[in-house]
Design a protein around this ligand. Structure first.
Ligand code: CAA
Length: 291
């Protein structure tokens, strides 16, 4: 099936990146969020990130203008449902995702492929609540979306081959690389990455090292672009904790227990970059470790 128009639901950190890469690849994008202000803010971020790519000569000014012109702000879910492909990238809460799919249902075209950018919720369970589990898939982008090469493709138990093949083709047109994951808690990337971050928080909690020494160790000792605690702040500590809880509950294994210090940071509202404080304090010129 040919995909021309893509509806992106949720214009936050992930949704604006997803709209950005689809528009740059030539798709018509309908960008949806609950308020016009949220969509307008996302368009500003997309504009700035495209500008950054122009300034680094990754794309031309004409590419930037054409991409922006392909994104239509759309607060009406009815219009979004008529797209060939819908990518849900709203808040990582199952009830919210279910309610979005429910609201979309009356407007979906028969051929529309429904996808979710969930980082850990069961695709099979989400699909079962829709009218089209065979045309439903996990479509998991990494942050920052315009930069990261990988897209995880997750089939639910009922997803049909044609849907998978269509999305594989779409990933190629975005200039990205797909990895296929079975539908088990947190899929592949987060199954491995988030327990590593949790282990870094345990190392901090047990006094094995400071924030700075843990991060520099993995940056220089394992060639990671960011240290695990810096990366945790980048992802959001609430998201890291939510994924650890999904692993802990979904796999019923104590090796996935969230570190109490991670829980404490989340309880304090120190969620990382987005709240200006996490393992680092971002309120000044340069980030300062909080421990
Ligand atoms: N939009 C467009 N371009 C961007 C961008 C954005 N949002 N953010 C960064 N860039 C570009 C920069 O312009 C720069 O481009 P050039 O290579 O053309 O010069 C390039 O990315 C590198 O950026 P910087 O020079 O500013 O900074 P950096 O070298 O420190 O790289 C980083 C920043 C790409 C974020 C890098 O630190 C990195 O790769 N970090 C790890 C990110 C990671 O692991 N992400 C996965 C998180 S897990 C996830 O997403 C799954 C989940 O469900 C939780």
């Amino acid at each position: 099936m040919e995909i021309k128009q893509v509806g992106v639901i949720g214009a936050g950190q992930m949704g604006n990146g997803i709209a950005h890469v689809f528009a740059l690849a030539g798709y018509d994008v309908l960008l949806n969020d609950i308020s016009e202000e949220a969509v307008a803010r996302a368009l500003e971020v997309i504009g700035r990130n495209l500008e950054r790519q122009v300034s680094r000569a990754r794309i031309t000014e004409a590419d930037r203008e054409a991409a922006l012109a392909r994104i239509r702000p759309e607060t009406d879910l009815a219009a979004v449902g008529a797209a060939d492909l819908v990518v849900e990238s709203a808040t990582e809460k199952e009830a919210i995702k279910n309610s979005i799919f429910e609201s979309l249902a009356p407007y979906l075209a028969p051929q529309t492929i429904l996808t979710t950018n969930t980082s850990s919720i069961s695709i099979t369970r989400l699909a079962a609540r829709t009218d089209r589990p065979e045309r439903f898939m996990g479509f998991h982008f990494m942050n920052p979306v315009p930069v990261m090469q990988l897209v995880e493709l997750i089939r639910g138990i009922a997803t049909d081959q044609a849907t998978y093949d269509t999305l594989l083709g779409v990933v190629e047109t975005l200039g990205k690389t797909a990895a296929s994951s079975e539908d088990y808690p947190a899929f592949i990337v987060n199954r491995i990455l988030i327990p590593m971050i949790n282990e870094a928080v345990y190392a901090l909690y047990e006094g094995v090292g400071s924030v700075a020494s843990i991060d520099i160790s993995l940056k220089l000792g394992a060639n990671h672009p960011m240290g695990p605690l810096e990366l945790a702040d980048f992802i959001g500590l609430d998201t890291c904790l939510a994924i650890m809880n999904v692993l802990h509950e979904g796999l019923a294994d104590t090796k996935y227990r969230p570190c109490p210090l991670l829980v404490k940071y989340v309880e304090a509202g120190w969620l990382g970059r987005k709240s200006k404080r996490g393992f680092y304090d971002y309120r000044g010129e340069t980030p300062v470790p909080t421990r």
